[in-house]
Design a protein around this ligand. Structure first.
Ligand code: ATP
Ligand code: ZN
Length: 304
């Protein structure tokens, strides 16, 4: 048995975006999960030092295919790219099998239709017969054909937002996060076609036991990192007489720890993990109820 083949049975291979909007969050997630990678981003293949994991850095568009063709075991990619590629591959007669292991809490965006500002809008029917520039013809077609609308796709893999001004299309269907790019190009968003987040996907056949055990180790860690990112540790000193009112306004704080304060009979310390944001307004209300030394502290890791 050659070494290469042996290591491909034992080391979990994960494809991630080499450089782009998912890269920083993905690398931060791996780091917080305790995966140590020293090689720089220029390396196509990076080996984790402390776990049997290899990271393959590629264009995001290639990730679904690498998983579906069983070249890698796992991949992290936007649902937009995953869905579009799956539909494209089905038409091309290529394998489309995969399993979604987990939706991740980053890479949020939406695929939306936008039209020139001056154009009127009554609903999706307005797109009937129009030329629509997009990188996502399958997602757009799926949505519009549900409503019986036919359109002419204009395929562009970049600079979709300049297509109407350049006279290439009447409308566009593109990824939007804040809408600033649309605005800068004299376009307005009129309809959401698809909402997307990053997802962790796995090849559709069973993994070798060694690899499966790394996945089993990794998934709770990823969950723990995501739960921690959404949570805060809140501490304050509070009057005993107001505890019920304070607990009522604290978001997502079911089971606080109440701790006696040395030398103070009418005040206690209250500690709680909150899964929701604590807004300034709530902190001011807490203060008005007599709470003091209110601290909101980020949590790095969590294991329930
Ligand atoms: P690549 O060189 O890897 O092909 P790309 O230019 O196709 O990169 P990016 O712009 O880096 O891709 O976006 C990668 C993914 O990040 C998108 O497919 C989408 O899932 C997600 N994403 C998150 N926010 C945005 C946004 N504001 N605009 C576009 N994509 C976003
Ligand atoms: Zn891409």
């Amino acid at each position: 048995m050659c070494i290469e083949k042996d290591s491909s049975k034992k080391r979990l291979r994960i494809a991630i975006q080499k450089s782009g909007r998912l890269t920083d969050d993905t690398e931060a997630l791996f780091k917080n999960c305790g995966i140590k990678i020293t090689e720089s981003r220029d390396h196509l293949l990076a080996h984790a030092e402390n776990l049997p994991i290899d990271i393959l850095r590629v264009r995001d568009d290639d990730i679904p295919g690498l998983v579906m063709d069983h070249v890698v075991d796992l991949g992290i990619v936007g649902e937009n790219v995953l869905e579009e590629t799956t539909m494209q591959r089905a038409v091309d007669g290529l394998p489309t099998g995969y399993r979604t292991l987990m939706q991740l809490n980053y890479g949020d965006c939406r695929l939306a239709v936008a039209i020139p500002n001056e154009q009127q809008w009554h609903g999706l029917q307005d797109l009937s017969g129009l030329k629509i520039a997009t990188t996502y013809p399958f997602l757009l077609k799926r949505k519009l054909s549900e409503q019986g609308i036919a359109f002419k796709p204009v395929l562009l893999t970049g600079s979709v937002e300049v297509a109407p001004r350049a006279g290439l299309a009447d409308a566009i269907c593109d990824l939007v996060c804040t809408g600033a790019t649309l605005h800068a190009n004299g376009l307005r968003e009129v309809e959401t076609i698809f909402t997307s987040k990053a997802v962790l996907i796995c090849r559709d056949e069973p993994l070798y036991p060694e690899k499966q055990s790394i996945v089993d180790l990794l998934l709770p860690r990823i969950k723990g990192v995501m739960a921690a990112r959404e949570s805060k540790y809140i501490m304050m000193n509070a009057p005993k007489s107001k505890l019920a009112e304070i607990r009522a306004i604290l978001p997502g704080a079911e089971n606080p720890s109440i701790i006696e304060l040395e030398g103070e009979s009418d005040r206690v310390a209250l500690h709680v993990v909150s899964r929701e944001k604590l807004f300034w307004e709530t902190m001011e209300q807490l203060k008005a109820l007599g709470a003091s030394s209110i601290l909101v502290v980020p949590i790095e890791k969590m294991l329930d």
